[in-house]
Design a protein around this ligand. Structure first.
Ligand SMILES: [Zn+2]
Length: 228
């Protein structure tokens, strides 16, 4: 009997959705709930040649639609601090990133770094943690891609509602500042949900202005009409 099996019988990994014992101790979700998740189909990375309205992005990783059980999972992380739910979403993103050219190969270092979208200081203080950071930490542990949270900071506070118009998006662009250490780096921005993409675009723009080589977006869920 392997140590992991013994640990699983004493301290079972429990499904964060239904509470059943997870068949795979490395992920807090049982097979039934996993099968019920609204997976986007196909290969979810595409290149900058496609005209999808993203100007600063080299590719997007987004395994799930924001529907079904997913909004509740994300609310669990944001408002109830449930790290098990972050661990599920991080594991799904990690599965995608491992299959991409951004993960480390053999003994070599990863060609990319992970940068969670920072929360504004006030919101961070109120909540005590950043859900994007929690997801990114899980992705890093599962892929070997290093975290580089210091590359991006947030300035002014912004309203939490979705930004619809062009002027709002331009105001958003001013709220991120990137470190000069971003120069030459391939960055994977990590967030829980991608809605309009305005937050990711603003962060990417700041990183590219500091000389980042390329920026990819990784969000656990989103309903954008992405196609391979
Ligand atoms: Zn379950």
């Amino acid at each position: 009997m392997k140590v992991s099996h013994i640990l699983q019988s004493v301290f079972p990994t429990v499904c964060a959705i239904c509470g059943a014992v997870s068949e795979d101790p490395s992920i807090h979700i049982c097979n039934n709930c996993y099968e019920s998740l609204p997976f986007r189909r196909g290969f979810f990375v595409w290149g900058p040649s496609r005209n999808d309205g993203f100007r600063f992005c080299s590719g997007i990783f987004c395994p799930l639609y924001y529907e079904g059980r997913v909004p509740a999972l994300i609310a669990d992380i944001k408002f109830h601090g449930r790290r098990e739910s972050a661990s599920i979403l991080g594991a799904l993103l990690a599965q995608m990133l491992r299959r991409s050219s951004l993960a480390p190969t053999g003994s070599g270092a990863a060609p990319a770094v992970l940068v969670p979208i920072p929360l504004h200081r006030d919101r961070y203080r109120r909540r005590g943690y950043n859900q994007a950071e929690t997801i990114a930490a899980r992705v890093s542990a599962a892929t070997g891609i290093l975290l580089a949270p210091g590359l991006l900071v947030r300035g002014a506070n912004t309203p939490a509602q979705h930004l619809q118009n062009r002027r709002d998006r331009m105001q958003m662009a001013a709220v991120f500042a990137a470190s000069p250490r971003a120069r030459g780096k391939v960055v994977v921005l990590v967030d829980d949900v991608i809605t309009t993409g305005a937050t990711m675009e603003a962060a990417a723009q700041a990183l590219l202005l500091q000389g980042a080589r390329a920026v990819y977006y990784a969000a656990a869920a989103g309903n954008l009409p992405l196609s391979p």
